[in-house]
Ligand binder design. Structure first.
Ligand code: NAD
Ligand SMILES: N[C@@H](CC=O)C(=O)O
Length: 460
């Protein structure tokens, strides 16, 4: 059996070795998934709920182990990793609760003589693909609703962070998930493995979280067999601060929206639009908070760890250099201790960023905060909406009515109103435009793994 090594992005140390599945081996998993699906779809909703609830408890029982695995393979801070474990476990609890509340409908047809009865059926074997930035939560956000709905799953975690996914699968097995129901394919051949799965007509669903670039490729592949898809793709979140906002609250929100996971979140604030009347004060306060960040190896307690790879760090530095070349200034920067690997990028704040700079158009996915000023509400809404993706966005304003007025005009699936975080297992997470298709979380998340069926019942 071929294997590959998993490394710590802070030190390059090998933290684990996992099987490197070939497309042929992955293809062989589909039969077991289909067999498990045929049993699991017949299991009572209560039984499915109990398995998920035990998995929720199992994640809490193993929370330190999961936190340490996330820190080791992803590099995020211990606080962020512990928060992720809690967030991830909540998807199992939420969907344990949803499993026993399946949706349905019953109504007389308008013309009479017929009763329309609508039930929901599990879509079938589901392929789940997850990124490295939330190795536990992006997996449970898919597995939870899929199992609650009655589906079997084939999960391909990112090659950078497979250890957490394997640990989650182990917890599900201990919680009573039967053989074949949750299978993980760790692989360095993502394209080959996923193509092998999608070519099998027993696979009826793809739920993908990752970049818009890869999402487009997978949508093309799914078109071949018209596979049901859910797409959670990239973001480029604007963070708007009005002249009447509570600036201390806005800075606190900005720190969360920007620096959670070191900026490596699809929801990360990517562009700060601050009213010119308060720009100096906001920037000064935000800058002080950024300069106080403690950067280093998260295993040793740092608040901001490395980015996922040296290549990612190069891309972030290119965006900063490009902005500076176009006239931006690095106004505040946290200290980068000597001797850190090239995967570390200093948290920093840029001012004077020109509107056409690439750093405002591309997802930075790192600890960099570009600030742009504005003075007309219409103008800032237009700037915020000038992006091909619309995932998260944030508004800090003095009055709720104004904040909501701006929020409702933003082309985004999620808007934080005087709040720097939108993630919540009970709420629909997802984007508009090229940020994706469908929603995860809430009751919406389970619908994504079901197909409605309507029975036209003769009532004449
Ligand atoms: N909308 C959301 O909920 C959400 C959540 C987390 C991350 N993201 C996005 O994910 C991106 C960062 O994650 P990433 O770098 O891991 O993204 P990515 O698109 O490179 O990879 C995501 C997953 O797809 C796999 N993959 C890559 N190429 C593939 C192919 N040809 N066929 C099948 N699978 C393939 C990867 O191995 C990984 O498992 C960012 O754009 C971020 O915004 C979105
Ligand atoms: N930040 C998101 C995931 C995207 O990276 C979340 O909180 O679920």
């Amino acid at each position: 059996m071929a294997k590959f090594a998993v490394t710590d992005p802070a030190t390059s140390a090998v933290v684990g070795t996992v099987e490197d599945l070939s497309p042929e081996q992955a293809a062989a998993q589909v039969g077991a998934a289909q067999a498990a699906f045929e049993q699991w779809r017949e299991a009572s909703p209560r039984h499915r709920a109990e398995v998920l609830m035990r998995a929720y408890e199992g994640m809490h029982a193993q929370k330190e182990r999961l936190r340490d695995l996330i820190v080791a393979e992803n590099g995020k801070s211990q606080v962020d990793a512990a928060a992720e474990v809690n967030y991830a476990a909540e998807f199992f609890r939420w969907y344990a609760e949803e499993a026993v509340r399946p949706a349905g409908d019953y109504a007389p047809a308008p013309a009479g003589g017929v009763r329309n009865v609508v039930t929901r059926h599990p879509v079938g074997v589901a392929v789940l693909i997850t990124p490295w930035n939330f190795p536990a939560a992006m997996a449970t956000r898919k597995i939870g609703p899929a199992l609650a709905a009655g589906c079997a799953v084939l999960l391909k975690p990112a090659a950078e962070t497979p250890l957490t996914a394997l640990a989650v699968a182990e917890i599900l097995s201990e919680a009573g998930a039967p053989e074949g129901l949750v299978q993980i394919a760790t692989t360095t051949d993502s394209g080959g493995v996923v193509s092998a799965w999608l070519a099998d007509e027993r696979v009826r669903k793809l739920s993908f979280t990752g970049s818009t670039r890869v999402g487009r490729i997978l949508l093309g592949q799914c078109a071949e067999r018209v596979v049901n898809t859910s797409m959670e793709l990239g973001g480029n979140a604007p963070f708007i601060v009005t002249e009447d906002a509570d600036l201390d609250a806005a800075v606190a929100g900005a720190m969360v929206a920007k620096f959670r996971n070191g900026g490596q979140a699809c929801t990360a604030a990517n562009r700060f639009y601050v009213h010119e009347a308060v720009a100096e004060e906001f920037t000064a306060k935000f800058g002080v908070a950024i300069e106080a960040l403690n950067v280093g190896d998260a295993a040793e307690g740092a608040e901001i760890g490395p980015v996922i790879s040296a290549q990612a760090a190069v891309g972030i530095r290119e965006l900063i250099d490009g902005a500076v070349a176009e006239g931006a200034e690095v106004a505040h920067r946290a200290e980068l201790p000597q001797g850190l690997a090239e995967t570390f990028v200093a948290p920093q704040l840029l001012t004077g960023v020109p509107g056409e700079a690439a750093i405002l158009r591309e997802e930075i996915f790192g600890p960099v905060a570009p600030v742009v000023t504005w003075n007309e509400e219409q103008e800032v809404i237009a700037q915020a909406n000038a992006a091909e993706v619309g995932l998260a966005s944030y508004v800090y304003a003095g009055g709720l009515k104004r904040a909501m007025r701006i929020g409702e005009r933003l082309e985004a699936g999620m808007v934080g109103i005087n709040r720097g975080i939108v993630s919540d297992p009970s709420a629909p997470f997802g984007g508009v435009k090229q940020a994706g298709i469908g929603r995860e979380g809430g009751s919406f998340g389970m619908e994504e793994f079901t197909e409605p069926q309507y029975l036209a019942v003769d009532w004449s």
